[in-house]
Design a protein around this ligand. Structure first.
Ligand code: NAG
Ligand code: NAG
Ligand code: NAG
Ligand code: NAG
Ligand code: NAG
Length: 410
């Protein structure tokens, strides 16, 4: 009842502008922020320092007037197009299949390496690399911005795999599946009964269009929207208390992805098998809205825990006045002046090691060179070249196809 009232007051708020999947991402980071401020103010300060770095310098400020807006940076940089194509694949894991017809599937050759799970694992390595503890580098800033985004993405049901059946095929009769729900078109009827033809991926990313056609706001957030956003945070946190959620800090990123996939396979795909229409307020709407809001809050608490783990080693080292630094590894693990004799001797040692490595590499290269001369004299050069180039072209085409069909909504 009380929740109903809160909801109503939220509904009565601004109905003016435009926002798609940005608000759910910002809510995830907003929940993490509030949790960190409660549990570990110093770690919050450190993350705020990282995330505010560019805005403080007047660079890249359009989308970063608040802490939470950094959660959308990974989507904002899609304007760079091909230059960040690999990073675009960091928003999902494409390796889970629902394939009831046992089709021979067509997969993106990059998907095994460029995916959210590998990205997350490597981002964690970057942020915890002890050569850079206490140093705020641009690369770490950017990787943190990716991290706060993909933790949200991986809690969405359609960022982990695809549904494949004989309907979802390309012109070339290849089975690409529904591309994480992007090809599962649905008709969504808004609160006023207006019909919107859209897809199920977007339906969930936008939290059932709650922040698209029901409650709207635009970035960069102005003062009105900042107030709205804070009230929305209050509501969602109150409605889904932490204790009521299965946060379980022993769960890994991979477990979070499994949970999302189980939702897609257990609830969403069975629904889509016989339905294409979703009406604001109907049974499926209510259940899926409740589910996706829980996922948002769950992701927020998990993000808080992740950030606390990652940045605790920088306590006392990153402060309000720490400048952005260049990617220069420091030889010990803290900001103390290095003991010059120690660092010299370890430098000498590493120089020796480098000399050995280069010597060996040089020897190997030379041997390989001789062997390749012998080999190429015996074989026809063009066929080897042709094969590589075809594989590359295929990989490239396949990749282009995938990106084009998903970039609107992922
Ligand atoms: C966090 O930052 C605020 C504002 O700069 C400062 O007043 C506060 O002392 C800091 N808290 C900790 C624990 O570092
Ligand atoms: C924020 O933007 C919205 C939409 O443009 C507008 O209605 C509102 O008055 C703005 N608020 C402020 C404080 O400028
Ligand atoms: C494939 O799945 C879609 C949506 O889930 C459904 O509309 C379509 O009928 C299915 N095709 C076949 C051949 O079962
Ligand atoms: C730096 O070194 C001093 C002693 O040489 C030590 O007391 C201090 O804890 C060190 N600081 C850090 C951050 O490790
Ligand atoms: C520096 O390293 C040397 C050699 O390892 C050691 O004897 C000396 O005590 C160290 N000095 C400090 C200040 O840690």
């Amino acid at each position: 009842m009380k929740l109903g009232l809160v909801l109503l007051s939220v509904l009565a708020l601004s109905q003016v502008c435009l926002c798609f999947h940005e608000v759910p991402h910002m809510l995830v980071l907003g929940i993490a922020k509030r949790e960190l401020m409660k549990k570990d103010m110093e770690v919050y300060n450190i993350t705020a320092k990282y995330l505010d770095t560019y805005s403080a310098q007047g660079v890249d400020t359009t989308s970063t007037t608040t802490y939470e807006e950094n959660a959308v940076w990974a989507d904002d940089i899609k304007v760079y197009g091909d230059a960040q194509k690999a990073m675009e694949m960091w928003h999902y894991i494409g390796n889970k299949d629902s394939n009831p017809e046992n089709l021979v599937l067509k997969k993106d050759p990059m998907a095994d390496s460029e995916n959210a799970l590998n990205a997350y694992t490597n981002i964690v390595k970057v942020l915890t690399n002890d050569k850079f503890v206490g140093q705020m580098t641009e690369f770490k800033v950017n990787m943190l911005k990716m991290l706060v985004h993909i933790v949200g993405d991986i809690h969405m049901p359609h960022h982990t795999g695809s549904y494949y059946n004989s309907t979802f095929k390309s012109d070339k009769n290849e089975f690409w599946g529904d591309l994480g729900g992007n090809r599962q078109s649905i008709n969504y009827y808004t609160i006023t009964g207006e019909k919107k033809t859209t897809n199920i991926h977007f339906y969930f990313d936008s939290s059932c269009f709650f922040y698209t056609w029901t409650n709207r706001l635009v970035r960069p957030l102005n003062e009105t929207y900042k107030v709205y956003f804070e009230r929305e945070l209050d509501r969602i946190i109150a409605q889904y208390p932490k204790e009521s959620l299965n946060i379980d800090n022993t769960k890994t990123f991979s477990d979070w992805a499994d949970e999302s996939w189980n939702i897609a396979v257990g609830t969403v795909y069975p629904f889509l098998a016989t339905n294409k229409d979703i009406h604001y307020g109907d049974d499926f709407y209510k259940k899926s809205f409740d589910m996706i809001q829980k996922r948002i809050v769950t992701a927020g608490y998990r993000l808080a825990n992740t950030l606390q783990t990652l940045f605790t080693p920088e306590k006392g080292l990153i402060k309000a006045n720490t400048p952005l630094s260049y990617q220069q590894p420091i030889s010990n693990n803290n900001n103390n002046q290095t003991n010059s004799s120690t660092s010299e001797s370890s430098d000498n040692q590493s120089n020796k090691a480098m000399a050995v490595v280069f010597g060996v590499l040089f020897g190997l290269t030379f041997v390989a060179f001789i062997i390749s001369i012998i080999y190429f004299k015996k074989t026809t050069v063009p066929s080897t070249y042709q094969r590589t180039s075809n594989d590359l072209m295929e990989a490239k085409n396949v990749n282009i196809q995938k990106i084009t069909s998903t970039e609107n909504n992922l």
